[in-house]
Design a protein around this ligand. Structure first.
Ligand SMILES: NC(=O)c1ccc[n+]([C@@H]2O[C@H](COP(=O)([O-])OP(=O)(O)OC[C@H]3O[C@@H](n4cnc5c(N)ncnc54)[C@H](OP(=O)(O)O)[C@@H]3O)[C@@H](O)[C@H]2O)c1
Length: 238
């Protein structure tokens, strides 16, 4: 297989396995201390990827928030925040989304060729639109390879569930950070952590648990999903 970035999948869910509520307002699952931990993880990455629905629904900035961490990146010759990456089938992404309007970092959108021209025009140079060919689906494995060729060594995938499902079922994840928030959503219309799929981690092949940490009222579970985990984390647990 061609090179791909070390891939960290990071997300939070309710006790009953939901990523959000079914309402339009974004559900705050985590707490300030955990948001700061996620910020530190972002600062260690070369790129952050989310699905187009997350860009549309949550309008995230996806920037490193801490000034000290941004300065530390710049001192290492890096941009203040990692490259932002998303993928879309329909190309229905507003140029006004914070994904495009915030940060000096590069922004990359992977999009099937039939929708790429119109999207490129709409975004007006605020992002690089990569046309992926005639097929309706963009392959997440192809994205990983392309990002690697663009110099991305460490990729953080932050959701939503559709994207998490594809990275996990394609066995492209080296490390999973799963935060469990102390609340129930209890509404099957809400997005779940993952959808249907054939996952590499089953009753016969259980995912190795690499660490458990309480952060205020949430719990962080770390799973080592590939052999590369130990090379990246020589102490084993973090
Ligand atoms: N709790 C957390 O940590 C967390 C983190 C992130 C997001 N979220 C939540 O997750 C929810 C969104 O999740 P979601 O599963 O509905 O959406 P998502 O994964 O954010 O995005 C799905 C969209 O991405 C595009 N896409 C996905 N796979 C593709 C492929 N193979 N090829 C081309 N395009 C592809 C499509 O965009 P188009 O529709 O444009 O074609 C698809 O509709 C939101 O409610 C958000 O709040 C939670």
């Amino acid at each position: 297989m061609a090179d791909r970035p070390y891939t960290l999948l990071s997300c939070g869910m309710s006790i009953d396995g939901y990523l959000d509520s079914a309402d339009t307002a974004r559900l705050r699952l985590s707490n300030d201390a955990d948001f700061d931990r996620v910020d530190a993880e972002r600062a260690r990455c070369d790129a952050i990827l989310v699905g187009a629905a997350t860009v549309r629904n949550d309008d995230p900035r996806l920037l490193v928030r801490s000034a000290a961490r941004r300065e530390e990146r710049v001192a290492r010759g890096l941009p203040p925040s990692p490259v932002k990456v998303t993928l879309t089938r329909r190309g229905d992404l507003p140029a006004t989304a914070a994904f495009f309007t915030t940060g000096t970092c590069d922004k990359i959108v992977y999009c099937p060729t039939p929708a790429a021209g119109e999207l490129t025009e709409r975004l007006g140079g605020s992002a690089t639109v990569v046309a992926t060919g005639p097929g309706a689906d963009v392959s997440v494995a192809a994205i990983a390879e392309d990002l690697s060729a663009r110099g991305v060594d460490r990729l953080m995938v932050e959701g939503g569930g559709t994207v998490l499902t594809q990275f996990l079922t394609a066995d492209l994840v080296d490390e999973l950070h799963l935060v469990v928030a102390p609340l129930f959503v209890g509404d099957s219309r809400a997005p779940r952590l993952v959808g249907n799929g054939c996952f590499p981690w089953t009753a016969e092949r259980r995912a190795p648990l690499a660490g458990v940490r309480q952060i205020g009222d949430v719990v962080l579970l770390r799973y080592a999903l590939s052999d590369r985990f130990l090379a990246e984390n020589p102490a084993g647990e973090g």
